[in-house]
Design a protein around this ligand. Structure first.
Ligand code: HEC
Ligand code: HEC
Ligand code: HEC
Ligand code: HEC
Ligand code: HEC
Ligand code: HEC
Ligand code: HEC
Length: 417
């Protein structure tokens, strides 16, 4: 299988280079079990921006702008940067002699390096990545190149921290931001240089912040001009609705960014809604048998974990079974639990260790016992003057039985009384 899909992938790169995208999407659409009416990328038009959707889809638009997706990259402003610029809270010290001060002036927000009390270098916050549920990392422009700033923000500790993966004893300025980073955190990048050179260059005016409508639905130009001209038409045209795609295509749309193990074989931003992921990435994510409760990193790999769960292998669920992409539902565990119960109506009249009265409370929270938050191995960073790294917790999508979590849950119930 593997060899075959590699071969196919290479074949498609050649096709991509020599033929039009139109031909490509026609070919890839053929072997799909997509329901009748499935649409692929060739139906959509150019990107025109999400504000153009607001007029006719106001309800979706107004909710979507509050999601982590939409807020995942933004211009840096006093409002979007979560860290404090107040004296006493605005310093990160690498060593007693080497520190960075976060401060603001009339021309913007800055990270300034001080060595032995002397100011050596200023870099300006230009872009925020991260809605901030776990943290934020900041980017700055140098000409047409983008770099990651040395200091990030870690929400769980409510303070500035060393950027993830950065050295803890010196300041690093030269970590380039790649198209792949922007592919996951933005809608469009406007690449100026050749793709995948060491320092890719971008057109600032063509960077479209956030993960927006057109990232998942395809460019809206034809759709909007058609419906503007035909206001009586009640069937959506020239746009992709995930609900009409095959299970695999729906999963592929989310895996583009939520499958930690894929590796690209076409330039970033080649994948379009409705495409097959395997035409753009090697998709041999880890095997189901290697997944245990603790032996794999949960960061960014919701797909790999979910795919190993019985819920997934014994049903036709997709990410969209539990997630509504248009709404910020973070923290609403009762709502997510209702989605479990839509398939699991009968389970759990009892749980060993719980009284019948206690057991009745669990219907509002299937999540903490079966999808516990686990420490990420990649979202680790150093807080000011700490020698051991702090770790962000991520929900495991390996839906299973976790005896330790059950114990914790039962103890927390006992405490509440
Ligand atoms: C001039 C009005 C108008 C604008 C502007 C508009 N749409 Fe639509 N859209 C419609 C109508 C009408 C439908 C069909 C009824 C429905 O599903 O709401 C539709 C349906 C859709 C569907 C479902 C299609 C299907 O096959 O079921 C999607 C997805 C969609 N629009 C996305 C967008 C996006 C993204 C934008 C902005 C780029 C946008 N729309 C802008 C009028 C509009
Ligand atoms: C373009 C890349 C991309 C695509 C495509 C994408 N996501 Fe995400 N998703 C992200 C990023 C990046 C975050 C983290 C956003 C943040 O907090 O800054 C995220 C966060 C989330 C979250 C957490 C939301 C929260 O409130 O914290 C959920 C749930 C999610 N995505 C589900 C999905 C589903 C379902 C799909 C497919 C329909 C999807 N994503 C497609 C990149 C993507
Ligand atoms: C393969 C897609 C992908 C790439 C590449 C990627 N990220 Fe992410 N990033 C995510 C997802 C998905 C999340 C949500 C957390 C999770 O699922 O682990 C996330 C979370 C984050 C967060 C925390 C967001 C929050 O609100 O808690 C920051 C900050 C971040 N990424 C910055 C970056 C930067 C900077 C780069 C490039 C140097 C990058 N990421 C590369 C997908 C990606
Ligand atoms: C992260 C991916 C993602 C983003 C971003 C996104 N959508 Fe959707 N959208 C979906 C999915 C998935 C569905 C299908 C839901 C289902 O299974 O019914 C959908 C369905 C729709 C539909 C069909 C009707 C409905 O309510 O299901 C419309 C219209 C729509 N989206 C408009 C928009 C608009 C407008 C925006 C931006 C403001 C947007 N979407 C942003 C993933 C996304
Ligand atoms: C689309 C239907 C569907 C949804 C939604 C769903 N499951 Fe499942 N789940 C299944 C099926 C099918 C199985 C396998 C048969 C069984 O054990 O009942 C399963 C198995 C399980 C198991 C047993 C796992 C094992 O390894 O033995 C647990 C625990 C579970 N689900 C919990 C949940 C929780 C919690 C949720 C919500 C977060 C959920 N499920 C959502 C269909 C679903
Ligand atoms: C069986 C239901 C279910 C399915 C299917 C599911 N999720 Fe989730 N997901 C959840 C629950 C529950 C949470 C925790 C929500 C919370 O804490 O607010 C969650 C959280 C997330 C988060 C935030 C993680 C964090 O800790 O910040 C992301 C990202 C995410 N899901 C992406 C996905 C993607 C991508 C898929 C498909 C591969 C998917 N989910 C499929 C139930 C599901
Ligand atoms: C207090 C922790 C806890 C909560 C909360 C919880 N479960 Fe469970 N669940 C367990 C344990 C423990 C098992 C192992 C089965 C056993 O020993 O009875 C289990 C087993 C299961 C199974 C496997 C099939 C079975 O009956 O053995 C499913 C499906 C399941 N749970 C679904 C759910 C759903 C849906 C919810 C929310 C309504 C939920 N669970 C809430 C602890 C919990």
């Amino acid at each position: 299988m593997q060899g075959l899909s590699r071969y196919r992938s290479t074949f498609f790169i050649v096709l991509l280079l020599s033929l039009s995208v139109f031909v490509l999407t026609k070919c890839t659409g053929k072997d799909k079990k997509a329901p009748a009416g499935a649409k692929t990328a060739n139906v959509t038009g150019a990107n025109i921006g999400s504000t153009s959707c607001a007029g006719c889809h106001a309800d979706i638009y107004n909710k979507h702008i509050k999601t982590a997706h939409f807020l995942s990259s933004r211009p840096a402003t006093e409002e979007s940067v979560m860290g404090s610029f107040a004296e006493g809270k605005n310093t990160y010290a690498y060593t007693p002699l080497l520190k960075i001060l976060m401060h603001k002036t009339d021309s913007g927000l800055y990270q300034s390096v001080y060595y032995k009390g002397e100011r050596k270098k200023d870099i300006r916050f230009d872009i925020v990545t991260g809605s901030g549920s776990k943290g934020q990392t900041y980017l700055y422009w140098q000409g047409n190149k983008l770099f990651q700033m040395p200091i990030s923000y870690f929400t769980a500790a409510a303070q500035w921290s060393n950027s993830p993966g950065f050295p803890s004893d010196r300041v690093m300025f030269d970590k380039p931001i790649t198209t792949r980073c922007l592919e996951c955190h933005a809608t469009a990048a406007g690449l100026l240089s050749e793709p995948d050179v060491k320092h890719e260059e971008f057109n600032r005016d063509q960077l479209v912040f956030g993960i927006d409508c057109e990232k998942c639905h395809g460019g809206g130009e034809k759709h909007v001009s058609f419906h503007t001209a035909n206001p009586a038409e009640k069937t959506g045209k020239y746009i992709i609705n995930q609900a009409n795609l095959s299970r695999q295509q729906q999963l592929d749309m989310c895996r583009l960014c939520h499958d930690g193990s894929i590796k690209k074989i076409t330039p970033s931003f080649s994948f379009k809604p409705g495409d097959n992921l395997s035409d753009h990435f090697t998709t041999d994510s880890m095997s189901a048998t290697s997944v245990g409760n603790d032996n794999i990193d949960v960061h960014g790999n919701q797909f790999g974990l979910l795919k190993s769960s019985k819920c997934f292998t014994q049903s036709t669920m997709t990410c969209n079974t539990c997630h509504n992409s248009h709404e910020n539902e973070r923290g609403n565990l009762a709502l997510f639990s209702q989605r479990c119960v839509s398939c699991h109506k009968e389970e759990h009249k009892t749980i060993p260790g719980l009284s019948a009265a206690q057991a009745s409370s669990i219907t509002a929270n299937c999540i903490d016992c079966h999808m516990p938050s686990k420490p990420s191995r990649t979202l680790t960073l150093f807080l000011n003057q700490q020698e051991t790294p702090a770790v962000a917790f991520v929900r495991s999508h390996y839906i299973s039985n976790y005896p330790e979590e059950v114990k914790k849950y039962i103890e927390s119930l006992a405490k509440k009384k």
